[in-house]
Design a protein around this ligand. Structure first.
Ligand code: F6R
Length: 242
């Protein structure tokens, strides 16, 4: 794993966006794996700004999001589909049919998982996967204990994850209890992975990632076994690392 230490959230967002823009310009039909949550918001803003000012085109790019809440339709403002449309897709020239987010309101969520995994494979997999990390080490919504062999599957969200994400909902009760997530094996298939980490509240997770053992108790630790991972972490996120 390569680690790029940056000053703060702003610098993390800028460097991540520059890296993506470079990749999109050199491979206009790249498959990008995307994440939601607070971490990539600044990076998406910079991608939009670059598209508007410099014209980087996403016409042939395909995107595959990591996860979606079960039970939320794509129109629900708290769905990850809505988040992606609002943060990125509505502001760049990507054809919406090239953007993929699991359907949280699928009649048969297990079938939706199988279809999403098949879609990834049919498209040749992800070239560059963007990840954030949960305080408990989750990547995608793969909570501690998830098998490293897992493909896209249904997950029971950890209580800590529901609490962390309750800030987007009116109350904790409204936060769904389950999600569809790409599995650890699905994520590990990506040719390249970029993990973004910012802020003091992620410092313990970063410490465990860098100094702890590889094991299913801490999902992000699997990244140590991938040949092409870059972590962009800011000073606050690295503050516990000695
Ligand atoms: C989001 C996702 C999650 C988040 C993680 C960190 O699609 O898969 O793993 O990356 O929960 O969330 P934030 O960035 O909100 O701290």
């Amino acid at each position: 794993m390569k680690i790029k230490k940056v000053k703060n959230y702003e610098e993390m967002s800028r460097i991540a966006a520059e890296l993506i823009i470079d990749k999109v310009r050199s491979n206009p039909s790249i498959n990008l794996g995307l994440a939601t949550g607070s971490t990539p918001v600044g990076m998406y803003e910079k991608l939009v700004q670059d598209h508007q000012e410099k014209g980087t085109s996403y016409k042939s790019v395909k995107t595959f999001n990591l996860d979606e809440y079960i039970g939320l339709s794509s129109e629900n403002p708290n769905s990850y589909r809505s988040f992606m449309n609002k943060q990125l897709f509505n502001h760049i020239d990507i054809p919406i049919e090239n953007t993929h987010v699991p359907h949280g309101d699928a009649k048969d969520p297990s079938q939706e998982c199988a279809e999403y995994e098949a879609l990834l494979k049919k498209n040749g997999g992800v070239d560059l996967q963007i990840l954030g990390i949960g305080g408990n080490g989750h990547i995608g919504f793969n909570e501690p204990g998830t098998s490293f062999q897992s493909e896209t599957h249904i997950i029971e969200l950890a209580e800590s994850t529901r609490r962390a994400n309750a800030r987007f909902f009116n109350s904790l009760e409204e936060v769904p209890t389950q999600a569809i997530t790409m599995g650890i094996a699905s994520i590990m298939q990506s040719k390249e992975i970029l993990l973004l980490v910012s802020g003091q509240k992620k410092s313990q997770a970063v410490k465990q990632l860098l100094q702890g053992d590889v094991g299913e108790h801490f999902p992000a630790s699997v990244l140590k076994t991938h040949p092409n991972v870059t972590i962009i972490a800011d000073e606050a996120a690295l503050s516990e690392v000695t």
